[in-house]
Design a protein around this ligand. Structure first.
Ligand SMILES: [Fe+2]
Length: 152
């Protein structure tokens, strides 16, 4: 099942909301590609795009949490790690001929992201509300740029 963006998913930091929207779009496109029955090359291309953007977004979020001195960073990082390892293991299974791996990953990743934003990401959003003197959107942009530089 696909996921649609709703305001309920907003963490209150426009830059990070934008990244979440992009990630939802990418995962929905990935889902569509699987449903359409795209060939292996096409599926792998979508999967690479999803993986690349996910790594970037998690980096940006983690950097952001460091910069706002978020106390629950470590637990949040562990949650991100779970998704990354799911992606990697599904990739490996798919390459070993397990056709189901990709469909399962797509469903897992969409459900994971939705609940992660609602239950985990929103916590840093609430934490930010307690420090209104911080320009959180600017900090998020700076954090994202750092991750782009590291990736490039
Ligand atoms: Fe997160």
């Amino acid at each position: 099942m696909k996921v649609m963006w709703t305001d309920e998913l907003s963490v209150g930091v426009p830059e990070l909301d934008e990244q979440h929207r992009r990630l939802i779009d990418l995962l929905n496109e990935f889902y569509d590609a699987i449903e359409r029955g795209d060939d292996e090359q096409g599926i792998c291309k979508f999967l690479e795009g999803v993986e690349e953007y996910t790594v970037f977004h998690f980096c940006a979020e983690e950097q952001f949490m460091i910069e706002i001195n978020y106390p629950d960073l470590e637990r949040h990082q562990k949650a991100h790690q779970i998704l990354i390892s799911e992606v990697k293991s599904a990739q490996a299974r798919y390459q070993n001929g397990d056709r189901k791996a990709i469909r399962e990953l797509s469903a897992f990743a969409l459900a994971w992201l939705y609940s992660h934003i609602l239950k985990v990401d929103k916590k840093y959003g609430n934490y930010c509300k307690e420090c209104p003197f911080l320009n959180t959107n600017l900090i998020a942009k700076r954090s994202s740029n750092k991750c782009l530089e590291n990736a490039g």
